[in-house]
Structures are given as structure tokens and as C-alpha cells.
Design a protein around this ligand. Structure first.
Ligand SMILES: CC(C)(COP(=O)(O)OP(=O)(O)OC[C@H]1O[C@@H](n2cnc3c(N)ncnc32)[C@H](O)[C@@H]1OP(=O)(O)O)[C@@H](O)C(=O)NCCC(=O)NCCS
Length: 164
């Protein structure tokens, strides 16, 4: 592939056309949560099956827009209060988790649209990741990421901001 892959231009979404079993099963489990206490056991059952089959752990209460991809799916963990915008690509080994274990309020990230989250990256706490941002593989994100920015490292810092 010779063209530069730009998340903000949606090329990533074109490259990663298709669907993922982990996302399909997440949508089934998320639908069950809408039934309230009656649906919760079914949501958890589908969640467990998905974990066993895909090695991808997406909490049924997370909110994920259409077109989000988890290519390979292995090792992905997405927490309860996460939101992810359309067209975002979540590579293997990504964790979107709480910074402080045991909190019960909003404690996971809001990830914008057309974001690339590189393999092994961790996004911890209720940070915001702007539309079209790119998070380098194995980075640990602890602060907000501006739209269109590339961040790398531990803790992740901005390398370039296309909107600047
Ligand atoms: C976010 C990403 C797309 C940016 O790649 P890029 O556009 O080639 O990055 P740039 O060319 O702007 O690199 C800027 C600098 O950061 C460095 N860099 C790139 N990725 C890095 C990373 N993950 N960690 C640390 N530094 C990194 C580059 O070496 C470069 O440094 P230099 O200017 O000193 O040479 C890429 O880093 C990435 O993580 N892609 C995900 C790949 C992936 O998950 N693959 C698994 C598929 S299963």
C-alpha cells in the first residue's frame, strides 16, 4: 500500500472494510442491556461467550458507534463507561481502562471518530481523544489528545497536530 494512511481522511475505514465477530457480539450484548435487569443476564452471557471466542472483552454497557473495527480482536479490553466514535480502528492488545481501579463513576475514555489506536496502546482514565487522532503502538495515554494529533510514548505526548 503506497498511499499514506490518514485516519482523519477516513482511509483507514476504507482499508479496514468489513465486520468483526467481537463487535457483532458486543452489539447483541449491548441490546440486551436496554431491557434493564431482565436483559442483564443475557448481556453477560453473550459477553462471556464473546470473550471466550474472540479474546476481546468489550463491556456490554460501553457505547460504540457504527463502523468501529477491532481487526484481530485479540487482547482488546474496552471498559464500561467508554464511548467510541464511528470509524475508529482498535488494534490488538488495546486497553481502554480505568486509571483508578474500583471507581464506579465515569472513568473511561471518550474516543472520537476515525481514530487509530495502535497495537498495545493503553488509554487510562476519563480522557478525551479527538476525532482523527492517532495513538502510537504501545503508548500509554493519560491526558486528552487533540483532534488530528499523533501521540506516542509513555506517557503519550503529542508528536504532530494536523489541525494546528
Ligand atoms: C500512530 C502511527 C500510525 C503513526 O505512524 P507514522 O505516521 O509512521 O508516524 P510518524 O512518521 O509521524 O512518526 C513520528 C515519529 O514517531 C516515531 N514513532 C512512530 N510510531 C511510534 C510508536 N508507536 N512509539 C514511539 N515512537 C513512534 C517515529 O519513529 C518518528 O520518529 P522520528 O521523527 O524521530 O523518526 C503508528 O505509530 C502506529 O502506531 N500504527 C499502528 C500500527 C499497528 O497497530 N499495527 C498492528 C497491526 S495488527
Amino acid at each position: 500500500m503506497t498511499e499514506t494512511v490518514s485516519a482523519s481522511e477516513g482511509l483507514l475505514t476504507q482499508h479496514y472494510r468489513g465486520w468483526d465477530l467481537a463487535i457483532v457480539l458486543y452489539r447483541v450484548s449491548h441490546s440486551c442491556t436496554r431491557l434493564g435487569i431482565v436483559g442483564w443476564p443475557f448481556a453477560k452471557m453473550v459477553h462471556w461467550i464473546s470473550r471466550a471466542v474472540t479474546s476481546c472483552d468489550i463491556d456490554p454497557r460501553a457505547r460504540i458507534e457504527k463502523g468501529v473495527r477491532v481487526p484481530h480482536s485479540v487482547g482488546v479490553v474496552i471498559g464500561e463507561t467508554t464511548t467510541i466514535g464511528a470509524g475508529t480502528i482498535v488494534m490488538p492488545g488495546v486497553v481502554i481502562g480505568a486509571r483508578v481501579i474500583g471507581d464506579t463513576y465515569k472513568r473511561h475514555a471518550d474516543v472520537g471518530r476515525n481514530v487509530l489506536i495502535g497495537a498495545g496502546a493503553k488509554i487510562l482514565g476519563a480522557v478525551r481523544v479527538g476525532d482523527g487522532a492517532q495513538i502510537g503502538a504501545n503508548s500509554v495515554v493519560l491526558r486528552d489528545v487533540p483532534a488530528g494529533a499523533k501521540v506516542f510514548g509513555i506517557p503519550a505526548t503529542v508528536a504532530e497536530n494536523k489541525d494546528a
